[in-house]
Design a protein around this ligand. Structure first.
Ligand code: PMP
Length: 276
């Protein structure tokens, strides 16, 4: 098995990472998870566009030109013979003695690996969400390694036998711990706008575009806990969950849903675009 270290592929057992990496001290870094279907990366350009934007937003230079990183990711898929799963790409601000203040002359440190995975397409009777206050910072649009709020929400959801969290800031539904949340009311599809309160999921963007093709009305507006309680359908999107219907919400609110026609239609449309 190979991994990416900086600008080359190396055997996993030969890969080493510095004790003083700022990713380790501060979570000072960004990442992307790119799905791979039948050996081909999905929405590669969109993922690297977001990677570039995340880097810019935290004033971090790229470890290599974006096209070089893209081709490293593709070589890794090939060298590891990955059929289905994902490629993970991470870039930290680099190595320096621990100091909050970062110098601008550091060399960003790039790593990457592949993971085989079966996309969970057979068990889609709907998952449960655990509704919990969104305690994260105000730049959730950046795909940073700092995921404490997200992982705490995920653990809390699991402790209540739910597969995913539903985070809300006060009354406003933001997103899952690692997914975006959609609801359907009177055939209209609602999801939180892509601003600083959520990560603009690539799956979210693909699903919004597919929904438009299918002549659904997509409304990117914040909606409340009350709204989602009254919704006809709820589903989540993410690279690994693709389009997954929600059958139940617990926690701050309690409600249940049937797997509805809109989620099913979008799920099938999404599956078709992946060519799996
Ligand atoms: N929101 C958060 C907080 C995430 O971590 C993710 C990624 N797993 C998503 C949404 C979904 O993004 P994508 O569709 O690009 O995987």
């Amino acid at each position: 098995t190979y991994v990416i270290i900086q600008d080359e592929l190396v055997h996993r057992q030969d890969a080493t990472i510095s004790f003083d990496d700022r990713g380790y001290y501060f979570g000072d870094g960004i990442y992307e998870v790119i799905p791979v279907y039948n050996g081909r990366p999905f929405a590669l350009n969109e993922h690297f566009q977001r990677f570039l934007e995340s880097a810019q937003k935290i004033d971090m230079p790229l470890a290599a030109p974006v096209d070089k990183i893209k081709s490293l990711a593709c070589s890794l898929i090939e060298q590891n013979n990955l059929d289905n799963g994902y490629v993970y790409i991470q870039m930290t601000r680099g190595v320096a003695e621990r100091n909050h203040l970062y110098e601008r002359d550091l060399t960003s440190f790039l790593t990457g690996f592949t993971k085989e995975m079966t996309f969970p397409r057979d068990k889609h009777n709907g998952i449960s969400l655990y509704a919990t206050e969104d305690i994260r910072w105000l730049r959730c649009d950046i795909k940073t390694l700092n995921l404490l709020g997200n992982i705490m929400a995920k653990r809390k959801a699991a402790d209540h036998n739910c597969e995913e969290a539903l985070q809300h800031r006060g009354d406003v539904v933001t997103e899952g711990s690692s997914s975006n949340i959609f609801m359907v009311k009177n055939k209209n599809i609602y999801t939180h706008p892509a601003n600083n309160f959520i990560l603009n999921g690539i799956t979210r963007q693909v699903v919004i575009s597919l929904a438009g093709d299918l002549k659904y009305n997509v409304i990117e507006e914040a909606f409340s806990l009350d709204d989602i309680e009254q919704a006809d359908e709820v589903f989540i999107t993410s690279t690994s969950a693709e389009v997954t219907p929600v059958s139940k919400i617990q926690g701050t609110i309690e409600s249940s849903y049937l797997v509805g026609p809109v989620a099913k239609t979008l799920q099938e449309a999404f599956y078709r675009t992946t060519n799996l």
